[in-house]
Design a protein around this ligand. Structure first.
Ligand code: PGA
Length: 269
């Protein structure tokens, strides 16, 4: 982490907690996060729970005298409205109380055929509506074993860089090696830093200011016991957490590990 960027930890609930249990989890997380300052926290429940979770976060924050946890959608359609059965548009997400949206998650790319071009369109639409995108990129195991991890990740980044540069909003990139998602395997902190550093360098070649302020999250089996090591790397600015975000105690422990890093003496290199 780097003191110039506020760390961000996002919980991707995937297809879990769509109703009453989502409200309970959001309320519990607000209570647990109330005294953890300095870390931006985003929850990404399923579409059906977005509005209720956003309302719960706002109400609970008032009671706890704290900043509300922010709410993200897990996907978005690039058009504002129209005959797109089953899709949800950026204005609808805003209406539901979202301020963030995850785009290009590897499950969307792999299971639902999202291409780099679609991911770029979604990020562009989100930014146009002042929704902050969390753009996910990452290589598969086969790509890593073939020595192509960096090439794949930078290719996915290049497809969306123009949109991020033009968008002018707060932008977050999440590096999630596909082989580390839900598998219990994580990239070593050094391997993750290598990719994060390369992502920042590629952004800097286009826009040094954007590169300096873009938070680059790591995702893929982030747990309380590996958070400090991963987020201790200079270009890792937070985490996108799947499985461990469904349990209030482990999500809180991840937030606390991130918070503790802020108290480290500043690095001078
Ligand atoms: P995981 O998921 O933490 O369960 O590996 C991360 C993600 O898919 O964003």
């Amino acid at each position: 982490m780097n003191a110039a960027r506020i760390p961000l930890v996002a919980g991707n609930w995937k297809m879990h907690h769509g109703g009453a249990s989502a409200i309970e989890l959001a309320a519990e997380l607000t209570r647990r996060a109330a005294r953890i300052d300095g870390v931006e926290i985003v929850l990404a429940p399923p579409f059906t729970a977005l509005a209720a979770v956003a309302m719960t976060c706002a109400e609970m924050a008032e009671m706890e005298h704290t900043t509300p946890l922010r709410v993200a959608a897990q996907n978005v359609h690039a058009e504002d409205k129209g005959a797109f059965t089953g899709e949800i548009s950026p204005p609808m997400l805003l209406e539901a109380g979202c301020t963030w949206v995850i785009v290009g998650h590897s499950e969307r790319r792999q299971l639902f055929g999202e291409t780099d071009a679609m991911v770029a369109q979604k990020a562009k639409a989100a930014l146009a509506h002042r929704l902050h995108p969390i753009v996910c990129i990452g290589e598969t195991l086969a790509e890593r074993e073939a020595g192509r991890a960096l090439e794949v990740v930078l290719g996915q980044l290049a497809a969306v860089t123009d949109v991020l540069v033009a968008g002018k909003g707060a932008v977050v990139v999440a590096y999630e090696p596909v082989w580390a998602i839900g598998t219990g395997k994580t990239a070593t902190p050094a391997d993750a830093q290598e990719i994060h550093g390369a992502i920042r360098k590629a952004l800097a070649e286009r826009d040094p200011v954007l590169a300096g302020k873009t938070r680059i999250l790591y995702g893929g089996s982030v747990k309380p016991d590996n958070t400090a090591e991963l987020l201790g790397q200079p270009d890792i600015d937070g985490a996108l957490v799947g499985g461990a975000s469904l349990d209030a105690a482990s999500f809180e422990a991840i937030l606390r590990a991130a918070r503790q890093l802020l108290d480290r003496p500043a690095r001078t290199e």
